[in-house]
Design a protein around this ligand. Structure first.
Ligand SMILES: [Zn+2]
Ligand SMILES: [Zn+2]
Length: 450
């Protein structure tokens, strides 16, 4: 299937909101405009083969060169002002270069007479930001004065390429705005959802029904493992494509189902929040998919532009265009960041509260002067061995630690959010201490009376 058809079909069938569809890349319009560009070039004798031939000769510094400059960023104007400039080596008004094909010679013959006379608008005007004849190709070696004086710099007046790039830039900007609006809206929804989950998971002593803290923690653990929109793993680091994200999301939902976690949610609000959480992910996925096909449309139309003109824009345009999201390729990453900072962080994860030495919950928590937190047990053992330096930052702080370093706020927080882990850790600490006192055979199982 042709891309134009494919693009139209996915715009219609993916269930995108109408407002999105109307800001999609106007692929058909761009294609029509591209036709005008190629006609314009052809009228000047610049068909794609001639241009390709000229582009080829650029590699040889002593031959004719042209430069196609997309002047997007350098001007304040929001309009593109592309410029096609030729550097022609002339002798008695005739282009001399044995390597030129007859068609290229024809073209040059056509435009050369038009450059004679200073009043000709196509010849360099003062005030134009133009390249000096020595700089069209940075690799070009210094040339003799005689040679330079025979080089003419001619700007080819084109209209429709400007129109083409204006349409494209306008649309890319619109898509960026749409992305920002959707992210904003989602941000609000995510914040609300966060509040709800916060209420459902907040430990409360007076509450008869225990909250859903444990279950939500398991759900979010699985969600983090799924790395739906962005992977932080070394093996597949980076943004996911929408089809990968679908797979990851499916895996997550299957896991939640098979572990009967939704069943385990006791509060009504929790179950509703889970449904909303899934819907939010579905919407994120839609945004990703939409931006993805539009990004593809931009790539395709630029490739087509190059295929028809040999002007090499698919390399230049993405650099020149102003885009914070679509062409910056940050859509998936932005979505992922939003999800994890505003929602997942509502439910504290054990990983963030482990003692870096024993990898159990850091209880009792001792905060050293360098602000690193360890469990008191590990620090006691270190100071006994005479170790003075923090294992994380090598600051000389361990011997200076005392009772005042006990972090009581952190301790209360850990008891609230990780009651099970804290109990286990206290028991393990006691066991270890008793072994130190009573010897390695000590067992804390209740002693049996004979
Ligand atoms: Zn420890
Ligand atoms: Zn430290």
């Amino acid at each position: 299937m042709k891309f134009a058809q494919e693009f139209r079909k996915s715009l219609q069938q993916e269930g995108f909101p109408q407002r999105w569809v109307s800001s999609a890349v106007p692929y058909g319009q761009l294609k029509k405009c591209l036709k005008k560009v190629t006609n314009e070039l052809q009228e000047l004798g610049l068909d794609k083969d001639t241009l390709a031939q000229l582009a080829n000769t650029q590699k040889d510094p002593s031959t004719v060169a042209f430069h196609y400059h997309l002047d997007g960023k350098t001007t304040d104007s929001k309009y593109f002002r592309p410029r096609l400039t030729f550097f022609i080596h002339l002798k008695d008004g005739v282009a001399v270069d044995a390597k030129l094909t007859p068609s290229t010679r024809d073209f040059l013959k056509k435009i050369v007479p038009r450059t004679e006379g200073v009043s000709d608008p196509m010849v360099d005007e003062p005030g134009h930001e133009t390249l000096s004849p020595t700089s069209p190709n940075p690799q070009r070696p210094p040339l003799s004065e005689e040679y330079l004086s025979s080089i003419q710099q001619i700007e080819v007046p084109l209209v429709f390429d400007g129109e083409f790039f204006d349409i494209l830039q306008t649309d890319v900007s619109n898509l960026d705005v749409l992305q920002e609006e959707e992210q904003d809206k989602l941000g609000k929804e995510i914040a609300l959802l966060g509040q709800e989950i916060n209420i459902a998971t907040k430990p409360s002593k007076g509450r008869k029904v225990r909250g859903d803290l444990e279950t939500w923690r398991k759900i979010f653990e699985l969600y983090l493992d799924a790395r739906v929109f962005f992977s932080t793993l070394e093996s597949d680091h980076g943004a996911r494509t929408s089809s990968q994200a679908v797979e990851q999301l499916r895996w997550f939902q299957d896991q939640v189902l098979s572990r009967k976690l939704v069943h385990g949610l006791k509060l009504n609000n929790s179950r509703q929040a889970y449904t909303r959480f899934l819907n939010t992910n579905a919407l994120l996925l839609q945004i990703l998919k939409f931006q993805e096909i539009n990004n593809l449309a931009v790539t395709k139309i630029l490739k087509k532009f190059d295929k028809r003109t040999s002007l090499g824009v698919s390399r230049v345009f993405p650099v020149t265009v102003r885009s914070n999201h679509l062409l910056a390729g940050s859509v998936a990453k932005d979505l992922c960041a939003q999800m994890s900072t505003e929602l997942i962080s509502v439910v504290p994860q054990l990983d963030d509260y482990l003692c870096p030495i024993c990898f159990a919950v850091a209880y009792w928590p001792v905060r050293l002067e360098c602000q690193h937190v360890f469990c008191s047990r590990c620090l006691v053992k270190m100071s006994r061995k005479g170790e003075r330096f923090c294992p994380l930052c090598r600051a000389d702080v361990i011997m200076r630690a005392g009772l005042e370093n006990f972090d009581s706020a952190r301790a209360a927080f850990l008891r609230e959010y990780f009651p099970k882990e804290v109990k286990e850790k206290i028991r393990a600490n006691e066991r270890e201490r008793n072994r130190e006192i009573f010897g390695p055979d000590y067992s804390d199982s209740p002693c049996s009376v004979m």
